[in-house]
Write a protein that binds this ligand. Structure first.
Ligand code: R5P
Length: 312
């Protein structure tokens, strides 16, 4: 597109934003993104963006609501300052786990957030590994949906663990685990959850052989780490030689880092779509960056080049 490429960021992940603009070799746009004394979000752009192709980077990490509001207010400021096109770059799209009504009288929060982003001024969305891919369809604007599985899989391909088994911790993650296996090698195992009776605890069932193998659990996100730790314990109980994990979004809510530290998991590899929490043990956590991937996607959007070519 003709307009100048300009990039702004909220306060959610300054390190990732800086890494993205460094890869792009453009400066981060000057803006005040802070709060008024009463806690309301305050934004002022400090440079001209009239007619520009503007990208606003904001991941939706904790405090999620504050970071979402910051993003909305920045988008509003950018729209009112006459940008030619506005792309919201959201490395981790929060509120994605309520994308349908599981029972009556529940919200569809993912759709609400989609509506808010468009109302605030987004013309396009650039995001990574949506928890539910159907959320793309909640937008009537263009969504570029990047996948970071190749970054995680390349890491494990380089590790070259013998007798690798890639494990999907639930039925919903099989597609991602299979893509990972194709790129990293090894065999595939799938954990499914069964509830034998209405009053009985869930039991884990497994398809595939893990005995004596080095297991990597592949998931889209780690929040409480409950899913991960339970899967790891099951794998060890079934004779896995070692257990590692790879996930795109390291949310690490509550006691997650401590749970991982105390678990049989040797290593957890995540990307930097969210910053690591300030508190909690990180010895087992390794972070790979998505900054070059996001920067490349921004440049391709700006130059009207293919994004899918990034994943072939
Ligand atoms: C489930 O659908 C997801 O793929 C993750 O397994 C889940 O969201 C992880 O959450 P937690 O870490 O709280 O178990």
């Amino acid at each position: 597109m003709d307009g100048r490429l300009q990039v702004f960021a909220g306060n959610s992940s300054p390190r990732l934003a800086q890494a993205i603009v460094s890869n792009l070799e453009v400066p981060l746009g000057r803006a005040i993104v802070g709060s008024w004394k009463d806690g309301e979000t305050r934004v002022k752009l400090e440079e001209n963006i009239r007619g520009s192709d503007v990208f606003v980077i904001q991941t939706l990490c904790r405090p999620v609501n504050q970071h979402l509001m910051e993003l909305l207010v920045i988008l509003d400021a950018v729209r009112r300052a006459s940008a030619a096109r506005i792309t919201a770059v959201i490395p981790y799209f929060a509120y994605a786990r309520q994308e349908k009504k599981a029972s009556g009288r529940e919200p569809i929060s993912a759709k609400l957030v989609a509506n808010l982003l468009v109302t605030a001024g987004a013309d396009r969305i650039l995001t990574l590994d949506l928890h539910a891919p159907a959320i793309e369809g909640f937008f009537d604007i263009q969504v570029d949906h990047l996948r970071a599985t190749p970054i995680l899989a390349s890491h494990f391909h380089r590790l070259a663990l013998p007798d690798l088994v890639v494990v999907s911790p639930d039925a919903g993650s099989v597609g991602r685990a299979e893509e990972f296996r194709r790129r990293a090698g090894g065999s595939l195992a799938i954990i499914t959850k069964q509830r034998p009776g209405p009053e009985q605890d869930e039991v884990l069932e497994m398809v595939g052989d893990v005995e004596g193998r080095h297991a990597v659990i592949v998931d889209d996100m780690i929040s409480s780490a409950g899913t991960l730790v339970r899967a790891a314990e099951e794998l060890r109980a079934r004779g896995a030689a070692s257990v590692r994990a790879a996930a795109i979004h390291g949310v690490f809510a509550g006691d997650a880092l401590r749970l991982i530290q105390a678990s049989p998991i040797e290593q957890v590899v995540v990307t930097d779509t969210l910053p690591l929490p300030d508190e909690g043990p990180r010895d087992k956590i390794e972070v790979l960056t998505v900054a070059p991937l996001i920067a490349e996607a921004i440049m391709r959007i700006h130059k009207d080049l293919s994004i899918s070519a990034l994943f072939t």
